[in-house]
Design a protein around this ligand. Sequence first.
Ligand code: 3AM
Length: 522
Amino acid sequence: MENTAEKIGRYTILETIGRGAMGVVYKARDPLIGRTLAIKTVTLSGLLSEEQLAEFKARFFREAQAAGVLHHPNIVTIHDVGVENDVPFMAMEFVEGTSLSKRLKEEGRLPAEEAVHIVRQVAEGLAYAHEHGIIHRDIKPDNILIESGTGRAVIADFGVAHVTTSELTRTGEILGTPFFMSPEQVLGETLDGRSDLFSLGVVFYLMLAGRRPFKGETISSVCYHIVHGEAEPMPLDASIPPALASVIERLLCKEPSGRYADGHSLVRALDDAFSQTRAAAALSEATLDLAPAPGRFQPPTPAATIPSVSAVTQAGSPTVASQTVVTPPPAPAEEEGGKRGLLFAALLILGVTAVAVAFILGVVLAAGSGKKPPIQAAATQKESGSKETQQQEAGKSEKKVEPRNEGARSEQAKKCSVTVIFETRLPEGRLSLFVDGQQKLDLPFMSRRMVDGRLGFRESRTFETPAGKHQVKAVVRALLRRRSIEAQDVKELRFAPGQSPVIGIQARAFPDAQVTINADGG
Ligand code: 3AM
């Protein structure tokens, strides 16, 4: 199937569109109905056993059938699935255009207005699919196609991208691209549509900032940052409206409950952000005499674009918050200037009154419910020295332990579910992991071809351990050119109660046999 076959099934191949790690995408023609379509083949045969291949095919067809019921302008329609020469393929709607990943490679980042246009459409497609009970699980720029001419954004590979990746993960071949995964996906927990919204948040961030929000040199340190770390701050750039930074902040909440409930809510938030940005621009036009061009996102002055978490927290709402810093108007030089001054004063009085009323209401309500008012709560959180954003802390504090069940919960809080991600290019061997001298993992490994075409092994395992300080020791014994090598690393690690830490372990042979435990992403 690697050479441009003339036919796949009944479809005539016209040209090769692209090649990926999993197979090839062709432009093809259906001679029966004279329709142009795209055909994607999935070549896994060299990587899986007969039995695994049979199971993979069954799952591929099942997912493709499920996704085949989706008909939405922002989802690539699946027309047909089949097998040709033992290679599964999928025939789908042909989208004349490029992938978002190619656009980003060429342009680095996109103008805010275009990024919003894309995210809005993907959110509409996701809302529809989630309503039909289908989660994508692999939202990333490769799977978003942009139609040339119309700018229509279309989600590709619904359901199926996940099958190919997870199959390889299961066999220890590939862990999948973690960059766009949600924390619950990294930890292998049950997913719902809000996991796709997190991934879309990462894509949105990348489109605006030109870089990803979660850094890391290795897969395991990226995973660690997704689960525990804060997103890198957005660049201080006048072209990124602060209201959009707030939308992204909410999409990237660690807890699904802190994110938007569904794609429709995200679309509404984007529309609100858009009107806020317009209003902010209009205000600065009225007060600062800046003349924005109509119909574009209007960046406020640079001083007004610094995203402010405290502004979000103080408003008591994790939703979109305008963080525009209102600058006093210049001294009126003429009658027109005098009118503007009056308008500004009226707006300022209105604003101050609204803030005061909101604060008093907050205090009264908090007193009634026994909770601290938002500002006080935020101050206490700061004192606690937590690294997480105040917004996430506020979200978590709402879920405080109820008195009944206290015993069971505190028991659970004392335990941690630790995920170990092991990666190595060593050909063959065994990883043993000990916590306080007690063996927790015994993982034999054998290198296979990975997604980058090189040989290696990557696998994740999870185990439970009590919270607290532990001595973690990783020992790797491996065979290298019929020579046996051994290396180990020991680290003192502290696991916080109720958390799900991720530990990365890497083993290498050069310059000498070495194992590294990496628990802080550094
Ligand atoms: O990254 P580029 O744009 O060069 O756009 C997709 C990508 O090419 C294209 O196949 C390449 C590898 O994924 N592609 C995927 N699905 C497609 C579809 N349904 C498609 N092109 C048109 N229609």
